[in-house]
Structures are given as C-alpha cells and as structure tokens.
Ligand binder design. Structure first.
Ligand code: NAD
Length: 454
C-alpha cells in the first residue's frame, strides 16, 4: 500500500485488513515491543536486527527482552499467526514494506558528542529499498534537526524526493518495564513530519495503536526537541534538588521535609535528591543540545556537573562517617547495595552505582556489591559479588538503587556481619528509625541528617 499517498481513513482501515507492511529497524528493548504492538493491531511486521540470535529467537516465537509485562504473549501470538517475523536483511525488509520505523540506539562518543552512526547506517539501508508512497518514521531519540537535516538527505540518495515518500519523527516516550502500556497509550504520541502530509500520515498510523491519541506538532524538529527537553527538564530539576539538599546539610535542616513543604505550593516541584542520575536518557539527552547548538547552554552543563558530582558526594558522606568512627576509607570494606540505575529494572547504563564503585576503588576501599537483579554480573563493574548472608567485616553500606526488596531487609542479621554499622542511603528509601534500633548510624544523601535533629 502507498501509505504516504493514502488518506488517513484509508490508512486506518488498511491496518484492520492486514494490508500494511511495517519494518521495524532495531528489535531491542523498545523496538520489539513496538513491532509486537503493530503486529497485534493488524500490520504485517518484519523486525530487522543485525543480531542473528535476536532474529532467530523472534522467528521461533520467543521474546528475549526481560521484564516487559505482556511482551512474551504478544510476540508468541503474532509470530504464530504469521504477522510478526524477523530478518537481518535490512534492504530486503525495506523493499517489501510500506512503513519503516527506525528505533536503534543513539549514543555519545568519548567527547559526549551524539553518535548517530546506527541511525545513519539503518537509513542508508532503507534508502536502498525505498519506493514511491513509502513512509519512514524515526522513533530513536535524536538531537533536534537530525530527521530533517541528516535522515532526509540520506533517504533522498535513493533518487526519490520528499513528496515521493514521507518522513516523520515520532519519539518513543516509554520506559523499560512498562513499554507495552506506554506504547498503547500511557501518554499521547507526538508526531512531527518534515512536511504537513507526513504529519497527517504519522497521525493516522499512531491513532491505530495509541488510545490516548496523537499530538501533532509543527515539524520533525519540534518533535525531536519535545522528547529531548522532557529528559533535560528532569536532569536540571534533579540537579536543583541535589544542590539544595547539599545546602540543607550546611544549614542543618532536613531536605526532604523542606522540599515536601515547599511543594505544597503549586509552583514548586522539588524532586527527591539522591546519589546521581543514570540510564540512557536523562544523563545523555542534555548533550544532544549542548553539543549541537551555539546558544548558551550553561544551565544544562552545570546541571550535568551537579548530578555527576552526587556519586562523589555520596562517597564523601560515607568517608566522613568512617573518619568519625576512627577508620579510613583506604582499606575499608564497603558494600554497594544495588547497581542498577533504577529500582526493580535490570539496567545499568550510566548508573551512579558504577561511579561510586570506581571512586571507592580509586580511594583504596575494598568494594563488594549485592544487587538482586544482577547477581554475578556486578563483577563487570569491579565490585566483588557478595550475597548479604555472606558478607563479613563490612565498614559501610551505600544503598544506590531503590529496589523494593531493600525496604524489607533483615538489618539485625546484616548488622552482625558488619565491623562498623554505617549505612548511607543514596535513594532515601530506608526506615531510619528501624535501622537505628538495630544499632546503625544512618545517613542520607543530600544533607538529610534526621539524627542530628533529635
Ligand atoms: N530503553 C528505554 O527505556 C528507552 C526509552 C525511550 C526511548 N528509547 C530510545 O529508543 C531507542 C532504542 O533503544 P533500545 O533501548 O530499544 O535499544 P537496545 O539497545 O535495547 O536495542 C537496540 C537493538 O538495535 C539493534 N541494532 C543495532 N544496530 C542495528 C542496525 N544497524 N540495524 C538493525 N538493528 C540494529 C541491536 O542489535 C539491538 O537489538 C534509542 O534511541 C533510545 O534512546 C529507549
């Protein structure tokens, strides 16, 4: 079907009749859920991935992405009825598809400059199979202007021009662990075409899958900026809370109490301070602006600096307390509780826990770690894997992930295995009174020293 040359109503009907072929490039944590949802809504979907294991798993009806409720069922059901398959043949997939969705990762290079090489490589493949009436969608998070200034010229290397085919940016607004729910409509889908017809076409396509509906924006660049700005908003506001929490320590007041009361006024939204910001979104997206524009972005740069400093600050809290107990960080045994950047999600990219491990090791500590989601894999980050019932002579615990399991630990038992009963809670989730009743000294990141007030 020539999607871009069809009317919105025709596109919506065609999904129901199974007349649309969609190629999804990148069958990762986000690409596979999108592919499975489009197939479930009636499209014939071919997922494209360079990883042959991923391709063969999907073709046997197996979901390999863990921790995504509903995904396994969707993959199995749609592979069985022949609506979902996978291939490593990127050009072949473009040749037989009407809609091509790009959802490969974007990274930063060693200078924090956006690395768009995977997106560029996929778009080159698509351009070799592009036909009149095709519609290309970028869903990968991109620096503003990438769709119009980078992707469009690559697609036009096909000899077709915009107008022969359409192109829109429709950013993925999902989080790991809730991808299906998010794709089906936790938030409206943002669509921005490089021309008006592309915006209309994208709107028709996502109306089929998103029950919250679609927000049309002026152009692809606006759509790119919406997604990147969402992440930057978080980074800057978290930095504000982190810095104010450090100020609270100097003032001798409780940061959480202060923030909560300030937030009773509707214009204040102070976040929870903590040991740092991780993941592939929030600490990354500011650079999609700071490294690509000429305007002053000093606030964004400073926020990155403040949030990156929180790992060091967390270690300093532990070090001060160890010194008060007559110990040195050098030679001490420190246990990191939780290595993932988010609670209950098995993801470690840019995790502050990894920075904390590195700082502790550089200061001569022996670093141990326990994360119920990672097990032995924590050793990749240089910490010694240690089950909680195996630890011995620990001098300080630093909690760096807010896993639910950590709220119900047996602190009496843990305390028996510690030399100094010091806990630094980098996520503010522990019950300080409970720990104190087990003889612990409990410290919170960001100047929240309840004990000094009592
Ligand atoms: N994971 C998240 O929580 C999340 C949330 C919102 C947005 N996003 C965005 O979604 C995009 C994809 O992220 P992800 O988490 O799904 O990535 P991922 O790392 O889980 O998966 C990427 C997949 O792409 C494949 N791939 C790499 N190069 C390829 C190529 N040239 N052709 C085909 N396949 C290729 C890889 O083999 C892998 O299977 C990123 O831009 C990210 O910013 C991710």
């Amino acid at each position: 079907m020539k999607v871009y040359h069809s009317k919105p109503g025709e596109i919506i009907d065609a999904f129901g009749k199974g007349d649309i072929c969609v190629a999804v490039y990148g069958l990762g944590k986000m690409g596979l859920p999108i592919a499975a949802v489009f197939a479930d809504k009636g499209a014939n979907v071919v997922g494209v991935d360079i990883d042959k294991n991923v391709v063969s798993k999907i073709n046997s009806g197996k979901n390999y992405v863990q921790g995504e409720p509903g995904l396994s069922k969707l993959v199995k059901r749609n592979v069985e009825v022949g609506r979902l398959s996978a291939t490593a043949d990127a050009i072949g997939a473009a040749k037989k598809s009407d809609v091509m969705i790009v959802i490969v990762p974007t990274f930063l290079d060693e200078h924090n400059k956006p690395d768009l090489s995977l997106v560029i490589s996929v778009c080159k493949d698509i351009s070799k199979g592009l036909k009149p009436g095709d519609f290309v969608i970028s869903e990968s998070t991109l620096p503003p202007k990438t769709t119009a200034d980078v992707i469009l010229p690559i697609l036009e290397q096909s000899d077709l021009k915009l107008g022969d085919f359409g192109l829109a940016h429709c950013p993925e607004r999902t989080s790991s662990g809730r991808a299906i729910k998010d794709i089906l409509g936790a938030y409206p889908k943002i669509v921005g075409g490089v021309d008006k017809k592309s915006t209309e076409t994208a709107k028709a396509i996502y109306t089929v899958i998103n029950k919250r509906g679609v927000i049309e924006v002026s152009d692809a660049t606006t759509a790119e900026a919406v997604k990147v700005f969402e992440g930057i908003y978080r980074d800057v506001n978290i930095a504000l809370s982190n810095q104010l929490a450090i100020v609270c320590k100097e003032l001798g007041i409780n940061a959480i109490e202060t923030f909560n009361i300030a937030n009773t006024q509707p214009y204040s939204h102070l976040h929870m301070p903590g040991c740092g910001v991780g993941g592939h979104c929030i600490p990354v997206y500011p650079y999609f602006i700071t490294k690509t524009v000429e305007s002053d972005t000093s606030l964004l740069n400073l926020s990155r600096k403040v949030n990156d400093y929180m790992a060091q600050y967390t270690v300093e809290i532990a070090e001060d307390e160890l010194n008060r107990a007559g110990c040195k960080l050098k030679g001490s045994n420190v246990l990191i509780l939780g290595v993932t950047y988010r609670g209950d999600v098995k993801e470690t990219r840019c995790s502050p826990a990894v920075s904390i491990i590195n700082i502790l090791k550089s200061k001569g500590s022996n670093v141990f770690s326990w994360d119920p989601l990672l097990k032995k894999e924590v050793e990749e980050f240089g910490a010694i894997y240690s089950r909680l019932n195996e630890i011995e002579d620990i001098d300080a615990i630093i909690l760096a992930s807010d896993h639910k399991e950590f709220k119900n630990l047996n602190w009496d038992e843990i305390g028996k295995r510690m030399r100094n009963k010091i806990v630094v809670d980098g996520r503010g989730i522990l019950d300080a009174d409970l720990l104190r009743s087990s003889g612990f000294k409990v410290l919170y990141v960001g100047g929240f020293f309840k004990e000094t007030q009592n």
